[in-house]
Design a binder for this molecule. Structure first.
Ligand SMILES: [Zn+2]
Length: 73
């Protein structure tokens, strides 16, 4: 018996992340530029920012605990 079947057992698991942290621009999948990480250019950075802001605007803002005691005397 040799412990060589270790590699076939599937010990190393590889996960494919949908959004890589580095290597590709999340907008256009081009190689990222260090100056505009994680994007490839300012344009893509702006696009992402625009998307983010757009999403932010669509998020329904709930009134978070108004400091209203409603005490009248
Ligand atoms: Zn890009």
């Amino acid at each position: 018996m040799k412990p060589t079947d270790k590699a076939q057992g599937g010990g190393a698991r590889r996960r494919k992340a949908p959004t890589p942290r580095s290597g590709a621009c999340p907008i256009c999948r081009k190689p990222t530029a260090t100056a505009y990480r994680p994007f490839c250019s300012k344009r893509c950075a702006d696009i992402d920012l625009g998307r983010w802001l757009g999403e932010a605007y669509t998020i329904p803002v709930e009134p978070a605990g108004l400091d209203d005691t409603g005490e009248e005397s």
